[in-house]
Design a protein. Structure first.
Lengths: 284, 174
């Protein structure tokens, strides 16, 4: 039963683009003047409709299945949850279907079912209580290849963050399927900054960081990224990013780590909650 | 107005196209990503390539496929990032390939005088699948896996944008 619910969450994530993303894409379509930018955005909006109506993956890169789990330690469903996630990945691969995307790094052999060493990727967090909350984020390879880490000096600070992000987005051009969503993690260490950056993508497009100072930086950076003119699919235009999300952690006095996760326009996600009585809610 | 073309493409078909033109492509396209390019070039080097790529169109794509009673069906099949295949571009074009479909662009220089780069919108895999009518054949599926195998696809009126033309003119980075 739990496996069924996880399969449904995966199906929802890959076949239905969240409403906040679709409305940002529609807004971009209205805002673009170039015929080529509109050609690409029109295709995107058509693909979104076809995916939703036919319950088929909008993008053929159904990604690396990445889960963020916040598990209440008193939940009776915690035992066996990891096995259920792996089983759901296998079943979703057959049933949705998904593209098998897990490849052995030495032999190059595809496992065929989206499972393998550390795959699906599961980020665990333990919490008080008896509920389990889970987010599924199918992460595409083309955009992930544009992700990067900068170990800045404290002297470079936030101005360095700005320069690093703009330079990286410019360098990647059309490769990550713009208009992109940028997840940025600042502080922590090298590893934490990148995982915060990925987690930032779980926020809705248009939803700012609750800290007003960070929210302001997000809005400024979004405007600057869009002034680069890369545009939909890198063929020029006003919309290079749909949103910028920043999460922070305290840093070491000597370090200023910045993790950047680039997400394609198909900013896919779905959520699931397991109540202590076994009821499950799946939403987006 | 869209230009309608059918594979195999001739020299004049591609030399007349200009960056920004819309083409509706029908006929056969061969999917190929990193591993398939290596395989094709390795076999071609030994004179053992089981394909005639003269006038062919290569599609940088790793589709989602479903195996039904009537064979394979393409469910979703948008383009992958073409820049990864820049290192194989000269080799693949020298086999007579006239068109490459992908996303994000490639080095324009090798296209000059012989081939064009078509862009389809990345991520719009469900829309691209509407233009794919049939899977004719699949090569090296067991060895390379679903995303990297060569899927020989029959397409009809696949709407593409000429993004790099045979003069080397490109829509990227303008």
């Amino acid at each position: 039963m739990l496996v069924d619910a996880i399969v449904e969450a995966i199906r929802l994530a890959v076949t239905r683009i969240p409403d906040d993303v679709v409305s940002a894409l529609r807004k971009a379509y209205g805002f673009e003047e170039s015929e080529i930018a509109r050609f690409n955005l029109e295709n995107i909006l058509k693909a979104v409709e076809i995916g939703k109506d036919g319950s088929i993956p909008v993008c053929q890169d159904t990604g690396t299945l990445t889960f963020f789990v916040r598990a209440g330690v008193e939940s009776p469903y915690l035992r066996g949850l990891e096995g259920a996630i792996v089983e759901a990945a296998r079943r979703a691969t057959r049933e949705v279907p998904l593209r098998p995307n897990a490849v052995d790094v030495l032999t190059g052999k595809n496992s065929g079912d989206n499972t393998g060493r550390f795959v699906p990727v599961v980020h665990w967090e333990l919490a008080e209580g008896s509920e389990i909350e889970m987010a599924v984020l199918p992460k595409g390879g083309g955009s992930e290849n544009c992700s990067a880490l900068a170990m800045l000096t404290p002297g470079e600070g936030w101005e360095g963050v700005r320069r690093f992000v703009l330079e990286r987005v410019r360098e990647c051009g059309g490769k990550p399927c713009p208009p992109v969503v940028l997840g940025i993690g600042v502080g922590g260490g090298a590893d934490l900054s990148l995982s915060l950056a990925k987690r930032a993508l779980l926020r809705r497009v248009g939803e700012r960081n609750p800290d007003g100072r960070i929210a302001e930086i997000e809005a400024e950076l979004l405007e600057e990224v869009n002034s680069l003119g890369i545009g939909p699919m890198g063929m020029g235009g006003r919309t290079t990013a749909l949103d910028v999300k920043i999460e922070v952690a305290h840093r070491h006095p000597a370090s200023f780590p910045v993790g950047l996760i680039v997400q394609c326009w198909a900013d896919r996600r779905a959520f699931l909650r397991i109540k202590p009585d076994g009821r499950v809610e799946v939403w987006q | 107005m869209a230009v309608r073309l059918r594979t195999p493409l001739g020299g004049e078909d591609v030399l007349n196209l200009r960056a920004g033109d819309v083409v509706h492509l029908s006929g056969t396209v061969y999917t190929a990503r990193d591993s398939a390019h290596r395989k094709i070039l390795e076999l071609a080097g030994k004179g053992e390539l089981p394909l005639d790529l003269g006038g062919a169109v290569i599609y940088h794509c790793g589709p989602v496929v479903r195996k039904g009673c009537g064979g394979y069906e393409v469910v979703s099949a948008g383009p992958t990032t073409s820049a990864r295949m820049n290192r194989y571009l000269e080799g693949i074009l020298s086999l007579g390939v006239r068109g490459i479909i992908g996303k994000g662009g490639m080095n324009p220089a090798p296209f000059k005088g012989r081939a064009v780069y078509f862009a389809f919108t990345g991520g719009a895999g469900s829309l691209a699948a509407k233009s794919i009518k049939k899977v004719r054949e699949v090569l090296w599926l067991d060895e390379l896996g679903t995303p990297e195998a060569v899927w020989v696809l029959e397409v009809e009126d696949f709407p593409l944008l000429v993004a790099i033309d045979a003069n080397g003119s490109s829509l990227y980075g303008r």
